[in-house]
Design a protein around this ligand. Structure first.
Ligand SMILES: [Zn+2]
Length: 240
């Protein structure tokens, strides 16, 4: 594959590399889509936009946890794939490596990536509703063991960006800074046409980075990229 060898060559001279991963990378591990857990967009009679909303955290936090534990149960036996594992090696390979993900399944963390900019949160993290302290939940323990914040005693909620909520601002700003100064920006398993991903790829491109896409099919992003590698992330990333 000509593009593959060109990308490998490109990376030889690259110090700063950003990777943005999306749902395609999770799907290769068997993670159902957000609506997943069946074909239904309704859970216990409630549309998932409602049960996953900021409003419900205020109204009925127990129900929100029940829904997220239901999703955690679906994710529990899904394991990191070859792409997740390969990215852990990139941590040592480049002077600055930034892993940005739209996925909430925590598989990058389970694979061993250390610093992950999780734009939409992590389903295996709980967050204090008052002081925003973060607590890890064992992915194997479903339902989670309810507890309270050890700093302030307040309730914990899932650390996932819900409908009606902003992206975590510090995480996103860091992703922007890293995108602006990288040599190569990878878009993996997402068409990146959804906000905020397109913004990060844009920033990188206009700051002079090369854009590389890894997707099973062409996407609206393809023509915008310098290199397009067609295939599953789990097949392609380890080759790079
Ligand atoms: Zn707290």
């Amino acid at each position: 594959m000509e593009n593959l060898s060109q990308v490998k060559e490109l990376l030889k001279n690259s110090k700063r590399v950003c990777v943005l991963t999306g749902a395609g990378v999770s799907a290769e591990s068997g993670i159902p889509t957000f609506r997943g857990g069946g074909d239904s967009a309704v859970w216990k009679g409630m549309p998932f936009e409602k049960i996953s909303s900021a409003e419900m955290v205020e109204k009925d936090l127990d129900a929100v946890w029940e829904w997220f534990d239901h999703r955690r149960a679906l994710y529990k036996d899904c394991l990191p794939n070859a792409a997740h594992r390969a990215f852990t090696l990139w941590q040592e390979r480049f002077e600055e490596f930034t892993l940005i993900t739209q996925n909430v399944d925590g598989l990058h963390e389970r694979a061993g990536s250390r610093e992950i900019l999780e734009l939409h949160g992590n389903i295996n993290h709980a967050k204090c509703v008052d002081c925003s302290g973060i607590y890890r939940i064992d992915p194997q323990i479903v339902p989670h063991q309810p507890s309270e914040c050890s700093e302030c005693g307040s309730k914990l909620r899932p650390d996932v960006v819900l409908f009606g909520e902003m992206l975590p601002i510090e995480t996103f700003q860091k992703a922007e800074r890293r995108s602006k100064r990288c040599d190569v920006f990878f878009v993996v398993g997402t068409s990146a046409l959804v906000y905020p991903a397109i913004g990060l790829a844009d920033l990188a491109k206009y700051a002079g980075a090369k854009l590389v896409e890894v997707n099973p099919e062409e996407t609206p992003m393809t023509s915008f990229c310098d290199f397009s590698l067609c295939g599953n992330a789990g097949d392609i990333i380890p080759l790079i």
